[in-house]
Design a protein around this ligand. Structure first.
Ligand SMILES: *Cc1c(COP(=O)(O)O)cnc(C)c1O
Length: 421
């Protein structure tokens, strides 16, 4: 059996007798999402007789001959051994899976974090003198990257109201080359009119990038809705177990080469161990997302019934700006949302959160466990004003029984009321 890295027809990872009889996922188009989550990215030649592609820990890939080494230079694509930085079946399989799960996609690049995916995707489409428009509810590190790093590169950033629609075109200047969308925003959950913004951008030759971490392609097929580059912090729902950092950017034909080249020029690569864990998470994405959805809705509706609660900012509930757009465009809702403690202040909000025993206090989300976080979106806004009076709490609803989570939150309200009165 030839295990060394070779190209084309000579690649033989496993003896033929050990190759399984399952069909390659690329020959299984049109299957339902649950089936795709299980089958996508699987290739006989990458897995052989086992279910998952092994962890190929490698820097050097070995060639059979000088001629073979030379031939390796001719094509730059996943599936061809070259050198560790271009990955191995472990990373290729994950990237292929994410591509297959995004209708209209040509390819996916993997990055060592979600933020790295956002940063590198912006670099792939911008040059000095250009301007990028960012939604005012953008993930704060995306803002910092634009305001500090891109500015230093001579690229300017301007912010827009997340609830803008095709009127976004009134903001375009000759310098505007890209728009960052995030829908829903990960603190405040405004659902953007992505198709309208992307159609206006397309007409003006402006590239659109969406932070699709909340929905993933499962609940919002971004490219089908007009987005050019769809980005997820795979750290969240793809990995799903709070144990790996990873990002992914998926795009269609037009931007695939610049996206791939830029990542390669920057030396971006993810470890095979991390790719293995992310792929393991991906296989259960469908069942996890459905449970996150169901439990988060149960908790959100219960919160709505509480006297201490003002607005519940969950895209599937009417309080949330853009709820109608969510109903129109999305196939579901995930486990992250915020709610307002109507008469809450810093102290009573802290008392509420500190009283919780099933909710961890921490950043990130998308794992199997529940989290609570105090959030103050007003601090991060420049194009719009945050007018909500109460104190905002963001919850990630994990895979615990929602009845237990509700009991825990009830204890939080007891403490909140004790401090408030
Ligand atoms: C967490 C997060 C990111 C960044 O992902 P990391 O893997 O933590 O770098 C980007 N966007 C959103 C909406 C996020 O929640």
């Amino acid at each position: 059996m030839t295990v060394a890295g070779l190209n084309g027809a000579q690649t033989r990872i496993h003896p033929k007798s050990l190759v399984n009889r399952l069909t390659d996922s690329k020959d299984l188009p049109g299957k339902k999402p649950a089936t795709q989550a299980v089958t996508s990215g699987r290739r006989k030649k990458w897995t052989g007789a086992v279910v998952n592609p092994p962890v190929w820990r490698a820097s050097t890939h070995l060639y059979d001959s000088v001629a073979d080494l030379r031939a390796g230079l001719s094509a730059n694509e996943d599936g061809r051994f070259f050198y560790g930085r271009r990955g191995s079946p472990t990373q290729w399989s994950l990237a292929a899976a994410l591509t297959e799960m995004e209708p209209g996609a040509a390819g996916t690049m993997l990055y060592p974090s979600g933020l790295s995916a956002i940063a590198c995707a912006m670099l792939a489409v911008l040059k000095p003198g250009d301007e990028i428009l960012l939604t005012d509810n953008s993930y704060d590190p995306s803002r910092s990257y634009a305001d500090a790093f891109l500015k230093r590169m001579g690229i300017s950033a301007r912010y827009y109201d997340p609830m803008i629609d095709s009127d976004v075109s009134s903001l375009f200047s000759d310098q505007t080359k890209a728009i960052l969308l995030e829908s829903p925003g990960s603190l405040t959950f405004e659902v953007q009119d992505v198709p309208a913004i992307c159609a206006a951008a397309k007409q003006a030759g402006i590239v659109t990038l969406l932070d699709n971490t909340w929905a993933t392609s499962r609940f919002f097929p971004a490219i089908k809705n007009g987005v050019d580059i769809s980005i997820v912090a795979a750290t969240k729902y793809i990995v799903g177990h709070s144990d790996v950092m990873m990002g992914a950017a998926t795009t269609h034909d037009k931007y695939w080469t610049p996206l791939r080249r830029t990542a390669q020029q920057l030396g971006i690569v993810v470890s095979p161990d991390d790719a293995f864990l992310a792929a393991r998470g991906l296989r259960t994405l469908e069942v996890r997302l459905k449970q996150h959805e169901q439990s988060a809705l149960a908790v959100a509706q219960w919160l709505k019934s509480r006297p201490e609660v003002g607005k519940v900012l969950h895209p599937a509930l009417p309080d949330c700006p853009g709820h109608e757009i969510w109903k129109r465009d999305f196939h579901g809702s995930s486990g992250l949302f915020s709610f307002e403690l109507a008469d809450g202040d810093e102290q009573s909000r802290a008392a509420f959160i500190d009283a919780l025993t099933l909710f961890g206090i921490g950043y990130s989300w998308g794992g199997f466990e529940s989290l609570a976080l105090p959030v103050d979106p007003g601090k991060h806004r420049t194009a719009t004003e945050w007018t909500m009076k109460g104190a905002l709490v963001r919850l990630h609803i994990g895979l615990e029984d929602p009845d237990d989570l509700i009991d825990d939150l009830a204890k939080g309200f007891e403490q909140f009321n004790r401090i408030s009165s």
